[in-house]
Design a protein around this ligand. Sequence first.
Ligand SMILES: Cc1cc2nc3c(=O)[nH]c(=O)nc-3n(C[C@H](O)[C@H](O)[C@H](O)COP(=O)(O)OP(=O)(O)OC[C@H]3O[C@@H](n4cnc5c(N)ncnc54)[C@H](O)[C@@H]3O)c2cc1C
Length: 442
Amino acid sequence: MTDYDVIVIGCGPAGMMACGELAKRGIKVLGVDKKPQLDVNIRTASGYCFLDQPFNKEWIKCTPQGDKTLLEYTDTGFSVNYSGHMEGIHNSHMFSDTGRHWQAKTRVKPFYHTFLPSKCHSDRFAWASAQGAQFMTGTSFINCSQTDKSVEILVRKDGKNKTLTCKKLIAADGLVSRVAKVTGVNANRLNFNMKGPTIEYEMDGVEMPYDRGDAFFFGSKNFGGMAGGVIMVPSPHGPKCYRAETMSVLPASTSTDIIEYFIKKSPFASWFKNIEILEISGVIVEFFGPLNVPQLGNILYVGDSAAYGECLYQCATMCGYKGAECVEMELKGQKGYDEYCEWWADHFEWVRNPKRMADYTKRVLFPRFFTVQELDFLFDLSEKNPIVVDEVEATPYTFTQMVMEQFMAMPEVPEKLKERMQFIIDADMSKVMQVVGQVQKS
Ligand SMILES: Cc1cc2nc3c(=O)[nH]c(=O)nc-3n(C[C@H](O)[C@H](O)[C@H](O)COP(=O)(O)OP(=O)(O)OC[C@H]3O[C@@H](n4cnc5c(N)ncnc54)[C@H](O)[C@@H]3O)c2cc1C
């Protein structure tokens, strides 16, 4: 006899969906999270999502319903409600070290939509609680051990250790998963040694003198000589509201230094002179290759705990749903874990095709393949040859190729630069890592 049928470690987008779906199916489930409150966001996330287009072998149909939104996962077969409207974003900007500007625009279909991460958490928490899921907050997972029939979990709450038991454990504790670490499944994952902090400010009152859209700023001049970047994404909180997050290196304080310099002293500081900061969030990220088989005995690893980088909220949610469905099958003596592992490999392209990790990463790293002068030359050319299309596939996997192909199509671009762009399009993870660091087995 165990305390619970299922314990879920981590109640972010993946874990919360799993808790609610299991409870809805009448399964006794406990969600454990170190956060004291589950309906707020404290972890940086810009809030973009890819709807009404293929992404990770899913097509999420978005239907606005007044001031709410219905999201239907047409491949995995479920739907969720979001209690706000999602904003379609039609413009993408980049600004170089010297302030040169690049822009792409879609006339009809947005590049992507944005949502409020906090609203997502509170919606999912309210829904999961209504289904009867139980939660233990302010509680850290420490360790676990398993037999063929059960899992024993050691957690720590208010300075005291406690043991809990369950038949099945779902690890949904995110990117630097402790469950993955202590159960030894990280041993065969690639460790990209990419570890960095980020701070995000959600700000109202931003005077952005360009078409509303996202903006990527790079080059040390914009950050007072510090290495880093800032990505700013419109927030659906209001027409002058944006979320700006840093790409920074350790120590963690550099992320605050970068964002503070950027909004107060950089050449773009005038955009921020009347801002009100609505939310501050942060996180330290670390990148591993994916778990090809996200399961060990009675433990299933879902969402970012098993991913390369990030699943994003939308796909972490579908991992939570699919995880719950497959764990229920296991509890009934069916081969649910085999089904989950196949679904995982089918949906997340980097499981079977490692180059997709590189394609995903190039979205934020490709400027590093060029000198400041080369980027300025290309950005000046793109002002003369703007990208304006009705619609384009520009997910993180495809964005860099889209930009490179636009540059390559310009007759003024010399052959040598075109070869570099083809090199960037073709680059696998080892080539990307030559630019940013080294790869090793963890
Ligand atoms: C800088 C940045 C920007 C991003 N921007 C976006 C974006 O625009 N759109 C988007 O969709 N996604 C974005 N993401 C990615 C997104 O945040 C993740 O993919 C998503 O949150 C993964 O969900 P998850 O449930 O798997 O893990 P997480 O959201 O990481 O949730 C893990 C949960 O486990 C808990 N936990 C961790 N360790 C323990 C422990 N030992 N004991 C108990 N609890 C524990 C945590 O408190 C947390 O609640 C961004 C991520 C970063 C870092």
